[in-house]
Write a protein that binds this ligand. Structure first.
Ligand code: NAP
Ligand code: GLV
Length: 318
């Protein structure tokens, strides 16, 4: 019944200690060990709770029964060809979902209210023009209407934005128009002023945020040009295309939380680009307390003989 922690991330939350503390409180009497601890018996572990484990590492634990990914996206794990063929559970939790919705709402409002332009005007001591349209005049498109996309779409719609979503299968979210499948992608893009990317990174979505897609966004919106917000994964974006589209006006601005290389290298042009807002992959961080509690609830279900929830469909890649 022991739990193995394999946690490789950046930031205070992404070392083993906060997770070990919380799991030890919630699973008293069980061995909770980090893969970096020495001297443990690899055959003792039944569960692994992981974030970006080194490829090949989990294959060295012969008695694992379930792998818990400590975030929503499993792209890094699925790249490991040696990953044991066990149930792989990802995070679906209100704490994570609300964090992402906060991020999406913040950045949609920032572009809609042109806050960066107003900040620049303030720094010049300039009383900027007051022209401001209503949120209903701003068409937000959510690319990826899953757990995170649907919640953000619903809240944006309640604020008054004109919201639509695109996914593989059709959705029913109050006030939100649903587009489904590749045959409806152009119609979705053609009515979108602010594009929010929340699709998982899979072989099908790798590089989906490219010049061809940006050129199909709406050209008749209130902003000078459409805006991109990517809070999904860096692998979704063709970074040279974002830069050239910002420079030639195909895109008006971008908020980027994720990048092909993280942390973003010091010489990346995104850092100082006047039309880019960079955040350090913190749109929806996994809180050690909330997400450990989620994993413990899944372990309790499993040990009662109930089915695990949010098991990744490996054939779809998410
Ligand atoms: P999810 O529930 O699995 O939703 C994924 C959505 O994308 C679904 O609506 C799915 O369509 C759609 N989709 C996937 N492949 C598609 C394709 N080829 N064509 C059209 N639609 C496609 O995932 P989630 O929990 O919302 O999380 C989404 C992603 O957010 C994660 O994978 C992760 O990469 C990212 N994320 C980032 C952060 C951050 O801090 N930046 C934090 C958490 C998560 P169907 O519904 O029809 O299947
Ligand atoms: C974070 O990026 C996650 O996938 O939860």
């Amino acid at each position: 019944m022991s739990l193995l922690l394999v946690i490789n991330g950046t930031g205070d939350n992404w070392g083993p200690e906060p997770w070990r503390r919380r799991f030890s409180e919630r699973l008293p009497g069980r061995l909770i060990a980090s893969s970096t601890d020495s001297g443990h018996d690899r055959a003792a572990f039944r569960y692994a709770a992981v974030w970006k484990p080194e490829p090949g590492l989990l294959a060295g634990y012969p008695k694992l029964e379930v792998i818990f990914n400590l975030g929503a996206g499993v792209d890094a794990l699925l790249k490991d060809a040696t990953l044991p063929g066990l149930p792989l559970v990802r995070v679906v939790d209100t704490d994570l979902t609300k964090r992402m919705t906060e991020y999406v709402v913040l950045h949609c409002l920032m572009h809609h209210r042109r806050q960066r332009m107003l900040d620049a005007a303030q720094s010049r001591g300039e009383w900027a023009a007051k022209d401001q349209w209503a949120s209903s005049a701003m068409r937000v498109g959510i690319l990826g209407m899953g757990e995170l996309g649907c919640d953000a779409a619903e809240v944006l719609s309640r604020i008054g934005f004109d919201v639509a979503g695109w996914s593989r299968t059709r959705k029913s979210v109050p006030g939100v128009r649903s587009y489904a499948g590749s045959e409806e992608l152009d119609a979705f893009l053609g009515r979108t002023d602010i594009l929010v990317a929340l699709v998982p990174l899979t072989p099908e979505t790798d590089g989906i945020l490219n010049r061809s897609l940006f050129e199909r966004l709406a050209r008749d919106g209130r902003l000078e040009a459409p805006v991109l917000i990517n809070a999904g994964r860096g692998g979704l974006q063709v970074e040279a295309d974002i830069l050239s589209c910002l420079d030639d006006g195909t895109l008006g601005a971008a908020t980027l939380d994720v990048f092909r290389t993280e942390p973003l290298p010091a010489d990346s042009p995104f850092w100082r680009h006047p039309k880019v807002t960079v955040t350090p992959h913190n749109a929806a961080d996994s809180d050690a307390e909330a997400i450990s509690d989620y994993v413990v609830r899944q372990i309790e279900r499993f040990e009662r003989g109930e089915s695990l929830q949010n098991v990744v469909d490996r054939s779809r890649g998410y």
